[in-house]
Design a protein around this ligand. Structure first.
Ligand code: F6P
Length: 341
């Protein structure tokens, strides 16, 4: 069987380890051949391919980014669509696709599978917001990068007796903020799932300051302050019609300074969280998911993605995978909040 692999949506540490896992298991055990589509769904629509053999994936598990490139191209837009993709696959002799991507990618994969294409998914998001899998690769690395950055923000904050605001990724959910904030000993963690008033933030900042600490406030990009209706967005929409987020930290810093009289600085960690080498945990998870995706194609599990459940890799239908966001449970937030201030 000849299989096309694509990486689509925002990149994330571990993508190359997935590609390597698929190709090694597929070529050595499952008698499969591979090509890579360049630039996500764009490569599928435009038939932009590279051959992917064992030699092409040598040593890449530790490399950040994706050797295939990625994009947020929607395969249904412009000249795309199932007929065109099917025709391209037939011409290139490709029997099936493994799509590695997040919510947008898997939604597109589901529509294409419903139209008769043979697709298996591998979940990818540093936000860790897909309910059907316990963890996504890239999340552990992002949390470590954010924690390292916060450790650094704390020493400069302490030197200047400033309040430091650290903005991390997290479109709909606050997992990166919760984990990195807890790890760094933040005095407040603000996440999309929790309506928090500026009065509460002031209380935590002032209480830390009163003990002689430099307050650290961690905010997820999707956080909606008490008075607002939507997450802060000033950069329009992406190809899937979702607002591009980022900038809430810069908005909060002057408000905190004004309310408390404490000099405040904001740092947006942004794409630094998605760059560089994956952690060992992410490499292992990504490799296992890749190997399982090769098996899943062999078994003809079209319209399903591989997922981590406990310590086992299982198959989950796209419908279930897309059905629910994995939000931070109230109990997890309340537990962390006991240490705020
Ligand atoms: O979906 C993952 C994510 O990293 C979000 O946390 C963030 O909002 C978005 O991607 C950023 O996307 P882009 O790389 O297109 O700016």
């Amino acid at each position: 069987m000849r299989i096309g692999i694509l990486t689509s949506g925002g990149d994330c540490p571990g993508l190359n380890a997935v590609i390597r896992g698929i190709v090694l298991k597929g070529t050595e055990i499952n008698d499969q051949e591979f090509v890579g589509f360049r630039g996500g769904w764009r490569g599928v629509v435009k038939s932009d391919l590279i051959e992917l053999g064992r030699a092409n994936v040598r040593g890449i598990a530790k490399e950040g980014g994706t050797i295939l490139g990625t994009s947020r191209t929607n395969p249904f837009e412009g000249e795309g669509g199932p007929e065109r993709i099917q025709a391209n696959m037939e011409r290139e002799g490709i029997d099936a696709i493994i799509a590695i991507g997040g919510e947008g990618t898997l939604a597109a994969a589901k529509r294409l599978t419903d139209a008769g294409l043979k697709i298996v998914g591998v979940p990818k998001t540093i936000d860790n917001d897909l309910d059907a899998t316990d963890y996504t690769f890239g999340f552990d690395t992002a949390v470590q990068i954010a924690t390292d950055a916060m450790d650094r923000l704390r020493t400069t904050g302490d030197s200047h007796s400033r309040c430091m605001v650290a903005e991390v990724m997290g479109r709909h959910v606050g997992w990166i903020a919760l984990h990195s904030g807890m790890a760094a000993g933040a005095h407040a963690i603000l996440i999309p799932e929790q309506k928090t008033t500026m009065d509460e933030v002031r209380g935590w900042v002032e209480s830390a300051n009163a003990r002689g600490r430099s307050p650290l406030v961690v905010v997820a990009e999707g956080f909606i302050p008490g008075s607002a209706d939507d997450a802060h967005s000033e950069r329009g929409l992406d190809a899937f019609g979702r607002p591009r987020l980022g900038g809430i930290g810069e908005r909060l810093a002057p408000m905190i300074e004004e309310m408390t009289g404490i000099e405040t600085r904001a740092t947006t960690l942004g794409h630094i969280q998605r760059g560089g080498v994956p952690s060992a945990f992410d490499r292992v998870l990504a490799t296992r998911l890749g190997m399982a995706a090769s098996d899943s194609v062999q078994a003809g599990n079209w319209g399903q993605m591989v997922a981590l459940r406990g310590t086992e890799i299982e198959n989950v239908g796209f419908e279930e995978a897309l059905g629910k966001l994995k939000t931070v449970p109230q109990a997890r937030y309340d537990e962390a909040a006991q240490l705020f201030g």
